[in-house]
Design a protein around this ligand. Sequence first.
Ligand SMILES: [Zn+2]
Ligand SMILES: [Zn+2]
Ligand SMILES: [Zn+2]
Length: 264
Amino acid sequence: MSTVEILGTAQDAGVPHLGCRCENCEAAREGTRPTRYASAVLLEDAGRYLFDATPDVRLQIPEIPDGAFLTHAHLGHLTGLLYFGRESADTDELPTYATPGLGDVIGDNDPLRSLVSDRNVDLRSVADGSAISLETTTVTSIRVDHRESLPTGTLAYRIDGPDRSLLYMSDVDALTPRAESLVRDVDVALVDGTFWSRTEIDRIEDVPHPTVRSSMRVLDDADTEVLFTHLNHTNPLCDPASDAREELESAGFRVAERGDVLEL
Ligand SMILES: [Zn+2]
Ligand SMILES: [Zn+2]
Ligand SMILES: [Zn+2]
């Protein structure tokens, strides 16, 4: 059997968020609400495979994984790769899967470039629909829409285990019919839950994400077990005692929490 462990559940910047004095951030600093690491999961097959290299990676995994699957070139999903370099874990050709464009970004730019020249990572290109067979699971890369301004693309990953299938979709601009069908097509889905509602931040037009409230309506009759992840620090779901949390759970959905283990 293989498992997927939740390593982090926050938007890229984590909770608390640098410089923010909002209720969620202050409560996380005080320890009265959970701190949240940036969104990532660990697939345990015969080997261990990290999905998303977050700035919190050194706190998220105790051991070097056997491979890393990257989703895209934003802060919370890429910068932790630096911890595999010479100043830190100094890995030896860690298989690292990414879109060809993201691979070019890593290979061409400091400080990431030294990961390639020092052979800390072995970059392997994955395209939309690429299927990587691991020991008992298959990992399929799926291109999703997330910021057209990001030319290197964004991937979701579908993991098919011996018994169950899982979708890891941390970032998506909208729950389009295609994105919805990706969720409906698996047994369990980790879905972009950045914002609860559109009133949460002023510049929501600049950071398109489906709101959890709208996703709950779209997925109301889905058989899939849906866990929301990638929570922004402003999201009331960060507070386990919030009305939003009660509304979510009474509708049959959950917030992903660090340490949760899903069997596949
Ligand atoms: Zn993100
Ligand atoms: Zn905050
Ligand atoms: Zn992003």
